[in-house]
Design a protein around this ligand. Structure first.
Ligand code: SF4
Ligand code: SF4
Length: 431
């Protein structure tokens, strides 16, 4: 697909039925198409199988919403979430759709700042602003949203968001002791009960077993993609890798896994033939830190425009989402829910204390991705990641890993300054 032919498709009638601010949203749609064309479709030597993901972006506000509305008509739940701690397997077991609603755009932040404080994380403001401004078809489609207590900005925003859309909250403990696990399992059971209440039917052990397989397969496909990115030269760009990880949060999971696996087949051929998207000499960077929700491509674009290639994202929109699988061998509901909770307890978000397993995980991924430097990315006002950055930095110093830490938001204002710092960082790696 060429830059000129690409557009994010418009569905004004459907948007009006969803009670959206159609004229304003249509401008955002056009801008997204232009940005995507410039950042993505100008990349050289892209794998052919990226065509599916280009189409997913083109249909992001139309085709995929239609599919979700079809599911909704059958009485199955459409559930919005903001965190990888909410178990999507339970929604899939009920025949519903789980969709990530994290906001990655500056465009909705002014809507949020009419009511929320300015000095909180842009991800929370962006997400809230999408609902407040009626400029997100996903938000307009969900039956309810399920937040969590991972950080202060989120947990207090849910109280305000509940005025606009039914909002429930899962208590995620902040430590991982035996008593925290007991609480967590109870919270998972409450989530299941809420999903069952909406779809007015009970989830069976067989339903859950099937859903666990479906989501495990999605995670395995993403693991396969990550392993292939370790090849040198890199067979796919970091921007494309990140895009696929972002699409994982809204695509239909069975189809998504098939398409990622088809792409991986192509990448395997590229690796065997020594074909890359960029020169073998390009500095290989691993990005670690806060998640980059769609359409936040700012840092990857800066890195790759400066001649580097991103080979790994240690992030929730990245490996933290798919590194762990659920044991598929449990057959009764209690054991399945326990196995599910055990898998979710392995997620190493900075909202936990202590969280030393993340430091080990960053080093492990640095080595397995064959990166040559780590860029730590924190969103402004994200206290837990900003403070945990100290330990990541110390680990990099100890291991002699080239390291750059940035704290930023979604605005383009600091792009020039970031560019200068990134170029200096890449020069340090090039030696
Ligand atoms: S960074 Fe933490 S709070 Fe944010 S999505 Fe990931 S697990 Fe959830
Ligand atoms: S990035 Fe940090 S502050 Fe923002 S929502 Fe996630 S945990 Fe909260």
């Amino acid at each position: 697909m060429s830059t000129e032919n690409f557009e994010v498709k418009a569905y004004p009638e459907m948007w009006a039925e969803l009670d959206m601010d159609v004229p304003r949203f249509d401008k955002a749609r056009q801008m997204l198409g232009e940005v995507y064309g410039k950042m993505y479709l100008t990349q050289a030597n892209r794998p052919e199988k990226m065509a599916y993901f280009d189409n997913m972006v083109s249909e992001i506000f139309g085709g995929r919403i239609k599919e979700m509305l079809e599911v909704k008509k059958t009485g199955k739940p459409i559930v919005g979430t903001f965190c990888v701690y909410i178990p999507e397997e339970i929604v899939v077991a009920a025949g519903g759709v789980c969709v990530g609603l994290c906001g990655g755009s500056a465009g909705s932040i002014p809507d949020a700042e009419k009511i929320l404080p300015r000095n909180i994380c842009p991800m929370v403001k962006s997400a809230y602003g999408f609902k407040a401004g009626r400029i997100c078809p996903y938000f307009q489609t969900v039956d309810f949203v399920y937040g969590e207590t991972t950080c202060d900005a989120k947990k207090k925003t849910w109280e305000i968001l509940d005025r606009l859309v039914p909002t429930y909250v899962m208590e995620i403990p902040q430590m991982k002791k035996a008593r925290d696990r007991t609480l967590w399992i109870e919270e998972v059971k409450d989530f299941k009960a809420k999903v069952e209440e909406v779809c007015k039917s009970e989830i069976s052990a067989a339903d859950l077993a099937e859903a666990i397989k479906v989501i495990n397969n999605k995670r395995k496909a993403l693991q396969r993609l990550t392993a292939l990115r370790a090849a040198s030269p890199a067979p796919i760009s970091g921007k494309d890798g990140l895009l696929i990880e972002q699409i994982a949060f809204y695509d239909e999971p069975v189809r998504f896994a098939e398409k990622v696996n088809a792409l991986c087949d192509e990448l395997e051929q590229r690796v065997a033939a020594g074909i890359g998207v960029i020169d073998v000499e390009a500095p290989r960077i691993m990005v670690s830190g806060t998640p980059m929700a769609l359409p936040n491509w700012k840092v990857h674009n800066l890195l790759e425009t400066a001649g580097a290639v991103v080979v790994n994202e240690e992030s929730c929109i990245g490996t933290r989402y798919f590194k762990d699988l659920i044991d598929e061998n449990q057959t009764d509901m209690d054991r399945q829910l326990a196995a599910l909770t055990d898998r979710y307890m392995q997620i190493d978000c900075s909202c936990f204390t202590p969280n030393d397993e993340r430091i080990d995980q960053v080093l492990k991924e640095y080595r397995s991705s064959k990166a040559q430097g780590i860029l730590h990315y924190s969103l402004q006002f994200c206290h837990t990641y900003n403070i945990e950055e100290i330990k990541i930095r110390e680990m990099c110093e100890q291991e002699g890993i080239p390291y750059l830490s940035i704290e930023t938001d979604y605005s383009p204002e600091d792009v020039g300054q970031l560019q200068t710092r990134i170029e200096a960082f890449l020069e340090q790696i090039r030696g």
